[in-house]
Design a protein around this ligand. Sequence first.
Ligand code: G3P
Ligand code: CA
Length: 290
Amino acid sequence: MYVRVVAATVAAALGTAAALLSPGSDARAGEHGVPTVIAHRGASAYAPENTLASIDKAAELGFSWVENDVQRTRDGELVVLHDDSLQRTTNVEDVFPGRAPWKVRDFTAAEIARLDAGSWYSPAYAGARVPTLKQYMRRVERNHEKLLLEIKNPELYPGIEQQTLKLLGNEGWLSGGHLRRLIVQSFSADSMRTVHELKPAVTTAYLGKPSVAQLHQFAGFTDLINPSYGSLSRGYVSTVHAFDGPHGRPLGVFAWTVDDAATARRAAGYGVDGVISNKPDVVRAALGSD
Ligand code: G3P
Ligand code: CA
């Protein structure tokens, strides 16, 4: 791990800083430095987020990278859901009216399996379920997709890193070519440090924007720094690219959540390697991404 300030400065001047990225996965910038586009919670502008339908939709639109959020039920099942409560994206209030505030960790997997996770979005998706992570991984595999997997709220679920890695290993995602199709990310630096220590071969990403002074520490356990696009600048992206991560390759940057053409072009102009979007087709049209 060392800083290659000169190389990054030259690359930034040439507008090709993104092309320097090559983390352990296939998450490098595409040809000619065009950012990779990641379908956020699946293609969540067009299908209910974090459902199998949302990743089918991403595949249908021609996107290989999808993002999701993983949490844990009361009886220890890993499930795919964004909020720590089931309230917004399921009919849990109707099915279990006396169970407010309907936290994921207060429900069993069997109870969650009864919920409708599609009707809130559109009647066309009535009956969609909250997938278990196992179900989700099998659909990602069937669709030949690549996964940016977020461990959501890890402070609520002690040991979720080890449990998630075990499931990924059982599903064949921790060896061979699958490792190039997987990135694990979190807003928790501790969680990403844990993932890196448990399985150093896994590509990891930190959600947030560490200070420049902190970057050398983050480069010890994370391959990518994934900030909100609103907090980004070209200078920050160049600085991140100047650090080598735990796999000896330049740190990458994925920006979120970008849903319009002008913002996508601005993010690409900063030299980011990936753009995470609810409307990946809009971003692709703006950037000519693959
Ligand atoms: O992948 C970036 C993004 O998912 C982080 O925010 O709240 O949508 O999980 P959030
Ligand atoms: Ca997420």
